[in-house]
Design a protein around this ligand. Structure first.
Ligand SMILES: [Zn+2]
Length: 452
């Protein structure tokens, strides 16, 4: 069952927790997870295996790491709030994105990746600027990452270009095998030219990489596309421009009609559902249950800290559940186990990583977290046969209850002490670089005690 090295020890043993494997049979047990060479080599009650390093998880939950299926590693949050979506995007978000320099991106990546490690996210896809800066931070932080340089034609200079995307992919695609991937990231139908999508399709095929984009996020987008095409929906139009396929992960997908749902299912497009961002921007409620019912691979994402405003995937699960229960006026939909699966194996499958991560099974990568059940808001905790552990994590926990974060068997955080990023300096760095960015964008004065 176990393949320890010559010393009879495995690299890592996560001991004595309530293990939620998220496998198809919903296997839950109290016991251990043994890790060797980055992979899970054994799991079960009382393995009795010696290990070079032991993470004590007794009384706490052990589960697959959370997978964020859509986010942007931006530097600013808590600014430009409460505006209509297209005005927010065109007057603030995109012009400010123009002011980014690599130094701002480095600070942003440190802030975002620190927050993710602390919050139990073990893998994410980032669609934003200067991806080489963020990838260099990920190389150090130990997180599993996919970077899609955010390609924007209009307004010019607000994002990456085809050339910069290709240069990034050439530089990074083989640099950190398995753990860091490079994709294409055309921002959206309304911000990229038609011929850009055709070029992306051709280049993605040449490099064998995926494509991440935003789709059918707002009513305004629907109207733009209808006007431009004489009646097509955003999904149908993107299919014509790009040729939709299983290598495409589309964020949001709120404005879908029945034919669109059928189209995305037929093309095996994956969808990243971002309920908090969708609510905050007033964009609507994605048809998550219909999409899942049609067989679409749906994952969960936070979107950026501009529109959330945190990267708390525990909270995101709860938001996803509450939103559907309210919207459908049906308390029976989106159970705790289904939400845990959405944020783990659901997102993993959406990102094409379902064979490697998303569940705790022998042979899969050891991407896992330990969640505290000894907090007052998780009482009473019943642990036998899974008890009410899944319900506590989804309905009463938050990301600061994550005690340990492990990726490929490497401990990134134990007892809430992050081991891969020196975070004492980051707060100052972020403050300094964010001020610099906003000053360069010409909005610093207006966002500090300015217009309300
Ligand atoms: Zn987004």
């Amino acid at each position: 069952m176990v393949a320890p090295d010559r010393t009879g020890r495995v690299d890592l043993l996560v001991r004595g927790g309530v293990v939620l494997t998220m496998d198809d049979a919903w296997t839950v047990f109290e016991g251990d997870v043994a890790v060797e060479g980055g992979d899970i080599v054994a799991l079960g009650p009382d393995l009795g295996i010696r290990a070079t390093r032991v993470l004590e998880a007794r009384g706490n939950a052990v589960m697959p790491g959370l997978v964020n299926a859509h986010m942007h590693e931006v530097l600013d949050r808590g600014l430009f709030e409460d505006l209509p979506f297209m005005r927010w995007l065109e007057e603030f978000a995109l012009p400010k994105d123009k002011a980014y320099e690599p130094r701002h991106m480095r600070a942003a990546a440190l802030m975002n990746q620190l927050e993710m490690i602390q919050g139990g996210t073990t893998a994410f896809i980032d669609i934003f600027r200067f991806p080489a800066e963020a990838a260099a931070v990920a190389e150090r932080s130990g997180l599993r990452a996919t970077f899609a340089p955010q390609l924007i034609d209009e307004p010019l200079g607000a994002g990456e270009t085809l050339d910069s995307s290709v240069a990034f992919i050439e530089e990074w695609r083989d640099r950190v095998p398995d753990r860091i991937r490079t994709w294409f990231g055309p921002h959206a139908i309304y911000s990229c030219h038609e011929e850009t999508f055709a070029r992306v399709r051709e280049l993605a095929g040449r490099y064998g990489v995926g494509i991440h984009t935003h789709l059918a996020e707002s009513v305004a987008e629907v109207e733009i596309v209808r006007g431009r095409t004489g009646g097509l929906t955003p999904a149908a139009y993107l299919d014509r421009l790009l040729g939709l396929g299983p290598d495409v992960v589309a964020a949001h997908c709120i404005q879908l009609d029945d034919a669109d749902v059928e189209l995305l299912a037929d093309r095996d497009v994956a969808v990243a559902h971002c309920p908090t961002s969708n609510m905050k921007l007033g964009n609507g409620v994605a048809r998550v249950l219909e999409m899942q019912g049609a067989g679409i691979r749906v994952g969960l994402g936070t979107d950026s800290v501009m529109t959330n405003n945190n990267l708390d995937m525990v909270e995101e699960m709860r938001q996803a559940g509450l939103l559907q229960k309210l919207h459908r006026r049906d308390a029976t939909v989106m159970s705790a186990p289904s939400l845990l699966r959405l944020a783990t194996i659901g997102s993993a499958r959406a990102l094409g990583l379902g064979d490697r991560i998303g569940t705790l099974e022998v042979g899969k990568a050891a991407d896992l977290i330990v969640v505290d059940l000894h907090t007052a808001h998780a009482w009473p905790a019943f642990r036998e046969r899974g008890g009410n552990v899944a319900e506590h994590i989804v309905w009463s926990s938050n990301d600061s209850d994550v005690l340990a974060t492990v990726v490929e068997g490497r401990v990134l955080m134990e007892d809430r002490v992050v081991e891969t990023i020196e975070f004492d300096e980051i707060e100052e760095l972020v403050d300094r670089e964010a001020r610099d960015l906003l000053a360069k964008a010409g909005v610093l004065d207006s966002v500090i005690g300015g217009t309300r």
